[in-house]
Design a protein around this ligand. Sequence first.
Ligand SMILES: [Zn+2]
Length: 164
Amino acid sequence: MEQPKNNFQTYKYPGKGAVEFAKELVDGMSREEAASIIKKINEGAYIDRSDRRVKRCSHCGYFYRDKTKPNNSRTCCKECKIDLDTFNRKKKKADQELLNPTKKAELRYVWWLEYPYWVNEKEMLKWSWKYEAPYPTDAIAIMTAKKQEKEDLGGSRKKSTENY
Ligand SMILES: [Zn+2]
């Protein structure tokens, strides 16, 4: 008999759709009968392989019946979909950071604080010759401009409330 592939390392509870699917199959059975059948269902028994709507949930890993019209769901229920999407998003982010470590290098010089500092000494030695003069002065110029902007905004806001 074909063994179902199980890539799921940790035990997950079946999602709502998977429970519903199993329920349909054991409808009318005693609890004992149902328990052994449910176990076998998860092992891939009693599954009609020609039924294209019967699928394994990509998140909880249990079988379920796809009830979406285009038959294109990958998870048995909304909760599983949300969890899977969250997992994929996290994975994608981690992969990207792994593939593009250069992005992190932008954080070489923390110039936006009042007292700018280098993230570490190595970065300082590597880059300071390049930016020694322009970087910090630019930063100060930007900060002064921003501060001025804020004060201007605050001033005009004060004025307008006084008019009311
Ligand atoms: Zn599921």
